[in-house]
Design a protein around this ligand. Structure first.
Ligand code: URA
Length: 258
């Protein structure tokens, strides 16, 4: 069947079907495999194999990172940046996502939290950290008398949910970097909190959260504190002790004690 879909859209649709639980494909005409002899079965399969399309690998005519840089720099405020991200067409994650997940909390708050990527709940609601990990994040903030309604601004390295919550690809992180950098410049926090390895990779250019966490680093000219990701803490609750120490460190810096 001739298809008008481009490769990225077709792939996003397939990934969506997988996510919905599709685990088998069927043909348009019925085929009784029990009745078929081996020979018939082989024949029935042969045309399908022969017809299998070779995925065309279209050479990108533009540099997605350069496009992102131009779009991000042109954004004069956060709303313009949200619009620019929404109009960006070079990240294939966008096609599989339900919503753009831009930010939550208070723009201009002293703390900007940078997570990794939206999950299912965030994709549905179009807001970062609203699922189980987000609820834990809210409790962590509450433990040091902070809240997303008052004291923090929250975003992610990626604004679209990766299919099956897979790790983002390096090229996806690279094309989102200019937007993230501009996001930080426009939100003007005093400090960054970097949640998890993907965010450390994007902002610090390094991974190894167990080693990095709890030590102030620097990203885009700001003090930045790497921490265990709340989703990781849900799987490894014994690490909450370290997370608590990091929260106290954050509070101490905000109060000018470190
Ligand atoms: N994990 C993240 O890193 N970000 C979210 O928004 C949700 C879960």
């Amino acid at each position: 069947m001739e298809s008008a879909l481009d490769w990225h859209t077709a792939r996003a649709l397939l990934e969506w079907q997988l996510e919905m639980g599709v685990d088998e494909t069927i043909g348009e005409t019925p085929f009784d495999r029990f009745a078929a002899t081996k020979e018939q079965a082989a024949k029935a399969h042969a045309p399908e194999v022969a017809k299998a399309p070779v995925a065309p690998v279209a050479a990108p005519s533009v540099d997605p990172v350069a496009v992102a840089e131009t779009a991000a720099h042109a954004a004069g405020d956060l709303e313009a940046l949200r619009t620019a991200l929404g109009a960006y067409e070079h990240c294939e994650l966008k096609r599989g996502a339900r919503n753009l997940v831009f930010a939550d909390g208070v723009p201009g708050a002293p703390v900007m939290i940078v997570g990794e990527a939206p999950g299912r709940d965030e994709d549905l609601q179009g807001k970062p950290f609203v699922g189980r990990a987000g609820q834990l994040l809210d409790r962590m903030l509450e433990a040091i008398d902070m809240s997303r309604e008052r004291d923090v601004y929250i975003t992610n390295v990626l604004p679209w949910r990766p299919p099956q919550n897979r790790d983002p690809k390096p090229e996806e992180i690279a094309m989102m970097q200019p937007f993230l950098q501009r996001h930080i410049a426009l939100a003007k926090p005093q400090v960054l909190v970097i949640m998890g390895n993907i965010s450390c990779q994007a902002l610090l250019g390094k991974r190894g959260i167990t080693r990095l966490r709890g030590r102030w680093d620097e990203a885009h000219g700001l003090k930045a504190l790497p921490m265990f990701h709340p989703a990781y803490l849900l799987r490894q609750p014994h690490l909450k002790r370290e997370a608590w120490a990091d929260l106290l460190e954050l509070r101490a810096r905000l109060q000018g004690q470190t």
